[in-house]
Write a protein that binds this ligand. Structure first.
Ligand SMILES: Nc1ncnc2c1ncn2[C@@H]1O[C@H](COP(=O)(O)OP(=O)(O)OP(=O)(O)O)[C@@H](O)[C@H]1O
Ligand SMILES: [Mg+2]
Length: 617
């Protein structure tokens, strides 16, 4: 999504992730220093041990023995302090990085347009915002400082080994290049798998999220066994990938331990000969062996951290893919603030195609709506009604032609100044966790209670809201759980009315209310629509008849426009729809007109519509 042209590079992504440490440089520096000091105290211990043996025990110097033993304890305590500081400061820095990344992802998601959300899977996005961020965090907080530390420990230890006996050092260090080659070979094999693991985890979350969001549909269709199977398949996929990586990575541990054993063997054998020959003291041999053993551990760590780094590289890329996604709907740098609107809407030879679609959803649509007019959009399902109204608040950009409001091309104005003057009730109602009052005031959190009640009254929502014990403070759950479909819709209408918009858009706003409620909403709206430009999409001809003008759509084309009376004369399609509903013909014929292949949702809405047509007749 917007990153196709970019050559992925793990190194670049990792550096970029490390760049997020900048605001936390103090913590990061403190952590790195503490780590170095902890390591230094580690390195001192074998030296103290060597002195204790060679000059204390051998020379029977009790004072020196006590002194050195005390020194070892103090060094151990210091090491504890530094280790704590390192862990704490690294956590502060890395948690800060994770916080910033999550915040940036969320902010970015707010700015991405409808077309991005059309294609993105919620589960994948959520995985990127949480799990992937955490993997990057672990690398930034643990992996990177440790990587530095390992290099320093390595060089330091090697230098000490050379200082004790360079020939012995040379012999025993031959294991290092062998170990490194093996680790790198293993990592090269698992590297692509980390990307796949994150992908599979995202898929698992998508299945989970869809299932939870559609829990009611699943139960209604008794599809639980299928859903469990679907989840199991995704879960097994993820398990398989994880186990593969664990298996391959697991090889590195026995390899390293075996090599460590070989190193010890070399030291004991060659070193033992040297002690016998008098070229090395026993203390020196013990110190040498301790250092060599402490070299195996960083090597082992190195394997782990390189693995972590590879994994973080894959996750960082997934995170930056979101952050780098192009926002389709961009404000021009010189976008102008739209003045208070009169409400003239003009479509000028508009052509529009959804991303990935093979056909235009709108084909050369032109019309002008004067301020204050009420326009009804009519056409069978899939004919492009919702698409037309999506272009007015610039949810999508036209493929060709232009949409103008009061003469301003919507692409030339500031998005906020445009959308804040348009009230919209979308086809799919969405409420948020919170109270009814908060949901109505969603677009204007500063609205007074009187204004909220007024909007609710106009939407015919006040009475049912007051019938709840908590009234406007009634809490509704996610997606408005606890309310009926019609109640949710009326709250959505109140939310749009509260914006006091010059342009009001109601998409299928009466789809879940009964005929009587619709008539009541209709009457209330008629007052409110006065002086506003309104677009209504409603399936009932009774609603449509009240409009000043009707636009008739057919397969993305505007095939007729006019008043009810005019259209009856001039538009066969309108006449067909009209007579079909009011003239008592077989409703089956209208549905045969609908474009097929729109899947289950369309099927359902078709049968709902069949019900509604019956009501009208
Ligand atoms: N987000 C989308 N991505 C791709 N194609 C889309 C998208 N939304 C709609 N379409 C397609 O564009 C066409 C017009 O759809 P639109 O939603 O405008 O129809 P509609 O007239 O509002 O139908 P309904 O009465 O069912 O709401 C349809 O063929 C539909 O499949
Ligand atoms: Mg629609």
């Amino acid at each position: 999504m917007g990153v196709e042209g970019r050559q992925p590079s793990m190194k670049r992504d990792l550096w970029r992730a490390l760049g997020y440490l900048r605001p936390y440089w103090w913590e990061a520096l403190g952590a790195s220093l503490s780590l170095l000091l902890a390591t230094a105290s580690n390195l001192v211990t074998p030296r103290l041990l060597q002195i204790l043996i060679d000059r204390g025990i051998k020379a029977s110097n009790l004072r020196l023995i006590y002194f050195m033993a005390g020194g070892i304890v103090v060094v151990a305590a210091l090491r504890g302090v530094f280790t704590f500081l390192q862990g704490y400061l690294a956590e502060r820095a890395s948690q800060g990085v994770a916080f910033d990344l999550r915040q940036q992802i969320y902010t970015k998601l707010q700015s991405l347009s409808f077309s991005y959300h059309d294609q993105a899977q919620t589960g994948q996005l959520m995985t990127r915002a949480t799990n992937d961020v955490d993997i990057v965090r672990m690398f930034v907080g643990m992996g990177f400082p440790n990587l530095l530390n390992i290099v320093i420990v390595f060089v330091g230890t090697a230098a000490l080994l050379f200082a004790i006996d360079w020939q012995l050092a040379l012999m025993s260090l031959t294991i290092v290049p062998v170990a490194l080659t093996l680790i790198l070979t293993i990592l090269r094999r698992v590297m692509p798998r980390f990307m796949i693991i994150q992908q599979k985890l995202g898929h698992l979350n998508t299945v989970l999220q869809e299932n939870l969001a559609g829990a009611r549909v699943v139960k209604a269709f008794a599809r639980e066994p299928y859903e469990i199977q679907r989840f199991k398949a995704a879960n097994e996929d993820l398990l398989r990938e994880n186990l593969y990586v664990a298996r391959v990575m697991g090889f590195s541990i026995p390899i390293l331990f075996t090599l460590g054993g070989v190193g010890t063997l070399i030291v004991i054998w060659a070193g033992g000969l040297r002690v016998i020959g008098g070229r090395l003291t026993l203390g020196e041999l013990v110190a040498f062996n301790t250092y060599l053993a402490s070299l195996t551990l960083p090597l082992f760590f190195l394997g782990m951290i390189l693995g972590m780094m590879t994994r973080a590289g894959a996750s960082a890329r997934r995170v930056f893919e979101i952050l780098d996604a192009e926002t389709e709907i961009k404000e021009k740098p010189d976008a102008i603030e739209l003045p208070p609107l009169k409400g003239r809407v003009e479509f000028d030879h508009v052509r529009f195609r959804y991303i990935g679609a093979s056909e235009d959803a709108l084909k050369d649509v032109s019309f002008v709506v004067e301020p204050g007019e009420t326009v009804a959009l009519l056409g069978e399902t899939g004919s492009g009604k919702t698409t037309i109204i999506n272009l007015i608040p610039r949810f999508y950009d036209v493929t060709a032609g232009a949409v103008r409001i009061d003469g301003y091309d919507v692409r030339d104005v500031k998005l906020h100044s445009l959308r804040s003057q348009i009230g919209i009730v979308l086809q799919e109602t969405n409420l948020f966790t919170g109270t009814i009052r908060e949901n109505i005031a969603f677009g204007r959190p500063d609205a007074s209670m009187d204004e909220i009640i007024e909007a609710a009254q106009a939407a015919e929502a006040h009475d049912f809201i007051m019938s709840f014990p908590d009234g406007y403070e009634t809490r509704v759950g996610e997606r408005g759980v606890g309310l009926s479909g019609g109640q949710k819709q009326r709250i959505a209408i109140a939310r749009a009315l509260l914006m006091n918009p010059r342009i009001l858009i109601l998409d299928d706003y009466t789809s879940s209310v009964d005929v009587e409620t619709e008539a009541r909403i209709q009457r209330a709206l008629e007052r409110l629509m006065e002086g506003r430009t309104s677009f209504v999409i409603a399936q009932r001809v009774s609603t449509v008849r009240r409009a000043d003008r009707i636009l008739v759509l057919d397969h993305g084309r505007l095939v007729a426009q006019g008043t009810h009376e005019e259209l009856l004369e001039t538009s066969p399609i309108y006449a067909e729809i009209y007579y079909l509903q009011l003239g008592g013909q077989q409703p089956g014929r209208l549905f045969a007109l609908s474009t097929p292949g729109n899947g289950g949702r369309r099927q359902i809405s078709r049968s709902v519509r069949a019900e509604r047509f019956k009501e009208v007749r």
